[in-house]
Design a protein around this ligand. Structure first.
Ligand code: HEM
Length: 550
């Protein structure tokens, strides 16, 4: 019995110790296993980070960054859009694969021929990348976005309806109506210029406000224009535009992109009563804004989400148009003799200037009103149109994005083929083809007003190459639908300015182009906008009222 008791008591002691021991063993094993797993995970992560995604020899040549891992990211941050030109100049390849740590590869296309193929390819999709960014950019909820993309199981994909809508509301009468409304706003400014002229401290900032205001009236109507008549909301819109980069990153935007974040909030605040009051349905509003409102409501979009997204209307319609107009005026007025040539070209489009002995230099005495027909300018004024294209060639630093949807083979003009794998992003940098010396000549970096006139040597090959190397508006299914609006606006304002005004004081040596941060048209470097200037009426044109018509 004693021995039995002893055995029981030993067993009682043993069991808890064994359990404790087992527990400790289990705990240690668990800790050990967890440590091994963590180490393994970290090693795999670092290895993936270092090695990047795999690269098939049939893909475009791999260009590793000079600084391992983050070199390409650093290059893009520090050199902005010039980084792609740097890569091209260094490697002279028609297409490249850039590895990004832990990410899919990115293909960058430098060859004009392959850029055209990519923009039109049905094996690539345009929206995947931008769509992912919409919640971060505009503050729209993911849930709303999924409904628009037809990924919520209720709605169908809105994209085809939206693309169709651009086609119908940015052409024909809808386009003319919008163009005239914005030009009416500009003519009010020109007509208000008195004897002492209009003194401007900073031409870029001046245009930024007035062109944005004119466009906002054309888009949203005058009565309930959310952008109003003060600089506050328009400045908010441009603060937002300036911070698109950090907003896209999505890391603590309220701190890291404070100005843009607050600017965006200001615009949202202004758009809210506009959409809550259904002012987008009123007669004076552009067909574009009306149709978008209708489409979003059809997709059950809550009004707060609608007004958040519609900050994009002014973004698309001013971000490139305003810098383009700035460079247009700056180049024309700082190129000796050009203004006179343009005057001689535009004058014959104005009936009252057609005198019995030729073209008059000033309107006949008593002329009160001069109307510029914007549809007449492009076909009748090749130099005016050439200057505009040349300005966009230099200023446009657009990056067009596509994502490879299904594996495809892309072929260059010399027959070389490259495999592009599904899931990888494609970047098409306009700056590289727009500044290529082999295409545009040794003066490719400079402004040549005659560059877009037909080549006098009649060299068809070079004409063809230049045609496909001019891609400021992208191409394919997503070819910019606002290009005609931007061009009519720019060319008409220039026609009125050269005919009836002088822009005095712009200093060529104080004009410096900044590299675009996010692939928009390049702005001037702050402090290098050409200095103060004065817009004055020309002698003989003092009492003319300016009007625009189609
Ligand atoms: C000089 C001025 C402009 C330039 C350089 C420009 C450039 C571009 C580019 C490169 C694209 C992308 C095309 C692609 O992905 O293939 C685009 C798209 C677009 N642009 Fe413009 N744009 C300008 C003016 C405008 C204006 C004034 C508006 C509106 C009135 C506008 C509205 C749009 C819209 C809605 C899209 C998206 C089209 C789609 O995804 O189907 N743009 N623009």
């Amino acid at each position: 019995m004693d021995s039995l008791n002893m055995a029981v008591s030993q067993w009682r002691e043993y069991v808890p110790r064994w359990t404790e021991c087992m527990f400790m063993f289990t705990q240690e094993t668990y800790l050990f296993t967890a440590t091994i797993m963590a180490l393994l995970g970290t090693t795999i992560f670092i290895w993936k980070l270092i090695s990047g995604p795999s690269h098939d020899s049939r893909e475009p040549p791999l260009i590793k960054p000079t600084i391992p891992l983050f070199g390409h990211v650093l290059g893009m941050v520090t050199q902005r859009m010039s980084y792609f030109s740097t890569i091209y100049e260094r490697h002279k390849v028609p297409i490249a694969t850039l590895p990004f740590p832990g990410k899919a590869n990115i293909y960058v296309i430098f060859s004009a021929h392959m850029q055209q193929i990519a923009m039109r390819s049905s094996s690539m999709v345009a929206n995947e990348r931008t769509v992912e960014l919409i919640p971060r950019l505009f503050g729209v909820k993911k849930k709303t976005l999924l409904a628009w993309l037809g990924r919520d199981g209720i709605h169908e994909d809105m994209t085809p309806s939206m693309v169709k809508l651009f086609g119908s509301t940015l052409t024909g009468d809808s386009l003319n109506d919008m163009t005239l409304k914005s030009l009416d706003e500009i003519s009010d400014i020109l007509n208000g210029i008195g004897e002492t002229g209009l003194h401007i401290d900073n031409l870029f900032m001046w245009l930024r406000y007035h062109v944005s205001h004119a466009v906002s009236v054309a888009m949203f109507g005058k009565r309930h224009n959310p952008y109003g008549n003060s600089t506050e909301v328009i400045d908010g819109q441009w603060d937002f535009e300036a911070d698109l980069g950090p907003l896209v990153l999505g890391f603590l935007p309220a701190i890291m992109a404070r100005r843009g974040y607050l600017g965006r909030a200001k615009v949202h605040e202004a758009l809210r009563p506009y959409y809550e009051g259904n002012h987008d349905e009123e007669d004076e509003v552009s067909d574009l804004v009306k149709a978008r409102g209708q489409l979003f409501r059809k997709w059950d979009t809550p009004v707060d989400q609608l007004c958040k997204n519609e900050i994009s209307i002014m973004l698309a319609s001013t971000t490139n148009t305003v810098p383009t107009m700035f460079w247009y005026i700056a180049h024309v007025w700082t190129t000796p003799g050009l203004v006179e040539e343009l005057r001689a070209e535009v004058a014959p489009t104005i009936p009252c200037l057609l005198g019995p002995d030729g073209i008059r230099k000033t309107p006949p005495p008593g002329t009160k009103e001069i109307t510029i027909n914007f549809t007449k300018l492009d076909p009748n004024c090749p130099l005016l149109a050439s200057c505009y294209r040349e300005v966009i060639r230099l200023a446009s630093q657009i990056l067009t994005f596509r994502r490879v949807d299904t594996d495809m083979v892309i072929k260059d003009s010399d027959g070389t083929s490259y495999l592009l794998k599904a899931g990888n992003d494609v970047i098409i940098p306009a700056k590289v083809v727009h500044r290529n010396r082999d295409t545009w000549g040794q003066d490719a970096e400079g402004f040549n007003p005659r560059r877009f006139l037909p080549d006098p040597s009649g060299n068809r090959e070079i004409d063809k190459l230049r045609k496909i190397s001019f891609v400021p508006f992208g191409g394919g299914r997503h070819y910019c639908p606002g290009r005609n609006f931007a061009s009519s606006e720019n060319v008409s304002v220039m026609a009125a300015l050269v005919l009836g005004f002088e822009v005095e004081g712009l200093d060529k040596d104080n004009l410096r182009m900044e590299d675009s941060k996010m692939g928009q048209a390049a702005k001037p470097v702050a402090g290098h906008e050409g200095g103060p200037c004065v817009i004055r009426r020309r002698r003989g044109w003092e009492h003319v009222e300016w009007k625009f018509a189609k």
